[in-house]
Design a protein around this ligand. Structure first.
Ligand code: GTP
Ligand code: MG
Length: 273
């Protein structure tokens, strides 16, 4: 009856998102939470290299394979003794490093046949206090659009079973501690509307170009159905790429509202395991 809660070494998560969103702060927090010694100092510099860290899931966070864990469940005791480990790859969000690092890491990790480096999920982090700025919103949505389009193409080409090809996306709506922060619902709407605009201008650009040289329009549109307004729901329905937008905060005291500022993201991670 002691359910074996093995620490799957195969659980890799990729952390993407624009510069300043809080990716490195989040990674550092997870590392600190995972080890008793909190001797790591927060690096708040712009990252230039991606890093891979191994962290542990708090034993009280349920996992997808162990969904109904209760307080007196023996598997909880086992989880405390033998916490589930997973790995997070933090990437630099600077615009000039996205293709060479973030997107390229996404390609490598998602195409890996090696179970040790298999990608379980993408965490796309955003600074919810910065999205009121038009340029930041456009930049963030463009990056997210490119990530989702990659996953869409991958989902279409994937012939193997769904279980191994599924890569869900968490939009981690960070910095909810700031009073200027947009709530997660508004973040979702803004990103969807902006991605819709990006999609429309892409389609138009393609139509213009193909009219010029008389070529067929071959490029894929995110979410396929271009008549429909873009939404994450449409994407899930049309291509099976699932996106969740969940609020949280790496910094600040959000005990009352969130339990811990990153708890709900850890729960999302747990569901992918
Ligand atoms: P790049 O490495 O450039 O891609 O950025 P990053 O996403 O790694 O951002 P980083 O972790 O360096 O954080 C940027 C700044 O945001 C730092 O000053 C952090 O302390 C701050 N920050 C991160 N999370 C939060 C949060 O939840 N609330 C507040 N108020 N500040 C945060
Ligand atoms: Mg960083």
């Amino acid at each position: 009856f002691f359910q074996a809660v093995a620490s799957p070494p195969s659980s890799n998560f990729l952390l993407l998102g624009p510069s300043g969103a809080g990716k490195t702060a989040f990674t550092t927090l997870l590392e600190t939470k995972s080890s008793l010694a909190s001797n790591k100092s927060h690096s708040t510099h712009t990252s230039q290299q991606s890093t891979l860290v191994t962290v542990t899931l708090p034993p009280t966070v349920p996992t997808g394979s162990n969904r109904y864990r209760s307080d007196n469940d023996p598997s909880l005791k086992e989880a405390i003794r033998n916490p589930i480990k997973y790995r997070v790859r933090d990437t630099p969000g600077h615009g000039k490093l996205r293709v060479s690092q973030g997107i390229s890491e996404l390609q490598t990790m998602s195409q890996s046949k090696d179970i040790k480096t298999r990608l379980r999920g993408v965490v796309f982090m955003v600074d919810t206090a910065a999205l009121v700025d038009e340029a930041t919103l456009r930049d963030t949505a463009t990056y997210l659009h490119d990530v989702l389009l990659f996953l869409q193409k991958r989902a279409k080409n994937g012939s193997s079973s769904k279980r191994t090809t599924d890569v869900p996306v968490l939009v981690a709506a960070n910095k909810q501690d700031l009073f200027t922060a947009l709530p997660p619902g508004a973040v979702k709407e803004k990103l969807e509307a902006e991605i819709d605009r990006i999609r429309k201008s892409k389609t138009k650009g393609l139509l213009d170009a193909s009219a010029d040289i008389g070529l067929e329009d071959e490029e894929e549109i995110l979410g396929n159905d271009e008549q429909e307004t873009f939404s994450f729901k449409l994407l899930e329905h049309e291509v099976g790429v699932k996106v969740d937008v969940i609020g949280g905060a790496v910094k600040g005291d959000l005990q009352e509202e969130f339990g811990s500022g990153v708890r709900r993201w850890e729960e999302w991670v747990g569901m992918c395991l």
